[in-house]
Structure formats: structure tokens, C-alpha cells
Design a protein around this ligand. Structure first.
Ligand SMILES: [Zn+2]
Ligand SMILES: [Zn+2]
Length: 226
């Protein structure tokens, strides 16, 4: 349900976007999303004013998660896919720098400095998370750009360059905000690092219970008890 305040901010954001005032529009729409991360129109308008195709895709995916039948978002994603059609196979070896320059989909991992695909959640070389969601407002945070969400939430206490992410602590932050899916993602990774194993199995059982993944919850409960 949208509040009067939310509706007002959305109207201001759309007016600014239509007038081409991107910074102002972004400011208003970010406030709307901070109030209500499921505001479909806010994400749709945000997709029109962000800087990169990747950000545009993130916004459109948000719209479709909220309303899978939103036709404007479906068309937008389809248009992005046409632009991003994979290039034909390369037979000559091509220096990685040239590939990076030719494709906006490659970014430098902030942890291992390798070139990796920016559309993936994790670095394909070192495996560390690159894309996270904000614990406060659920916006997408790209760690190669910032550790701070436009809503004000900062993640720098959990993220250490180039060492990696405190997955256990970050999972706890998501759990505190009742965001159990990203909490489970973080605790699963912490488990692979091998510390606090029993406690992590207990936490994972709780997180999977909350998101209805009962078999995984039961598995972790049993491991914690054994
Ligand atoms: Zn990496
Ligand atoms: Zn946020």
C-alpha cells in the first residue's frame, strides 16, 4: 500500500524524469524505493534514468519481480538482450584488455582485480560476491561501484578490499532486517569458509524455514544436531 508521502515523491520523481532532470529524478525515486522497495512504477522510471545498461536491467528485473506481466519492462529487457547478443566465437586469441574495452559487460573484480562478467552475482575468478542487495531497501548494490546504497545503508563494515566479505556478519545484518534469502546466501558461503560450523547450520535452518525451503532447513537442522 502506498502512503500519501510515497505517492507525492513518486509524482515529483516522474515529473523530474520527464523534464530530463536525472539527478533530481533519481533522488526522488530513491526515496520512494527506500519507503517501499516494491513500488513498481518507481523501478520502471528509475530504469529510464540510470547510467548503464546493467543498471537498467537491474531496475527492469525489479519491475518484473513485482509484476511479471508489466509489458514496458518486458519490452525493455528484450531490447537490452538484442543489444547484448553474444559476439560470434573468436578464433584468434584476443588480449583480455581488448575484450574489456569492447564489452561493457566486463568489469574488474574489486577483490582479485580479474576481469569478470558484470551480469553475474559473483566474480567468476575468485568467487567473491560482486552484487548484493541492500539490507534496508532491497536495492541492488554493485560492489565495484560502491559499498553504500543510495538509501544511506553502508556495507563497508562487512566488506574488506581485497580480502573479501565477512559473510557471517553480513548474513546477520540481512537476518536482522528479515531478509532471509540473502541471509542464507551469506551463511552458505560462510559455511564453506569453515568457521563456526554448528552455529551456521542452525542459522541456515532458520533462514530456509523462513523462506519455505523446508528440505534445506531440515538438512541443516540435522547436521547442527549431529
Ligand atoms: Zn574476483
Ligand atoms: Zn538501500
Amino acid at each position: 500500500m502506498s502512503s500519501v508521502h510515497e505517492t507525492h515523491l513518486l509524482a515529483e520523481g516522474i515529473t523530474a524524469a520527464k523534464a530530463g532532470q536525472r539527478a533530481a529524478a533519481r533522488d526522488f525515486l530513491t526515496q520512494v524505493i527506500a519507503l517501499n522497495a516494491r513500488n513498481e512504477l518507481a523501478w520502471l522510471w528509475m530504469s529510464a534514468i540510470v547510467d548503464t545498461p546493467e543498471q537498467r536491467r537491474d531496475c527492469l528485473v525489479r519491475v518484473l519481480l513485482i509484476n511479471p506481466s508489466n509489458e514496458a519492462a518486458q519490452r525493455g529487457i528484450a531490447a537490452l538482450e538484442v543489444q547484448n547478443k553474444p559476439a560470434p566465437p573468436i578464433h584468434e586469441p584476443t588480449p583480455i584488455v581488448a575484450i574489456a574495452a569492447a564489452s561493457s559487460n566486463l568489469i574488474q573484480c574489486p577483490f582479485c582485480q580479474s576481469n569478470t562478467d558484470s551480469s553475474k552475482l559473483d566474480c567468476q575468478v575468485c568467487g567473491e560476491n560482486i552484487i548484493l542487495t541492500c539490507p534496508s531497501c532491497d536495492s541492488t548494490i554493485n560492489l565495484w561501484e560502491t559499498t553504500r546504497c543510495p538509501c544511506g545503508e553502508g556495507l563497508r563494515h562487512y566488506i574488506f578490499f581485497p580480502d573479501g566479505i565477512d559473510h557471517e556478519g553480513l548474513g546477520q545484518r540481512y537476518a536482522l532486517m528479515e531478509r532471509w534469502e540473502p541471509a542464507a546466501r551469506q551463511w552458505d558461503r560462510a559455511l564453506k569458509d569453515g568457521s563456526h560450523v554448528v552455529m551456521l547450520h542452525r542459522k541456515l535452518a532458520q533462514a530456509y524455514d523462513k523462506i519455505g525451503r523446508n528440505q534445506e532447513a531440515e538438512f541443516h537442522r540435522q547436521v547442527a544436531q549431529s
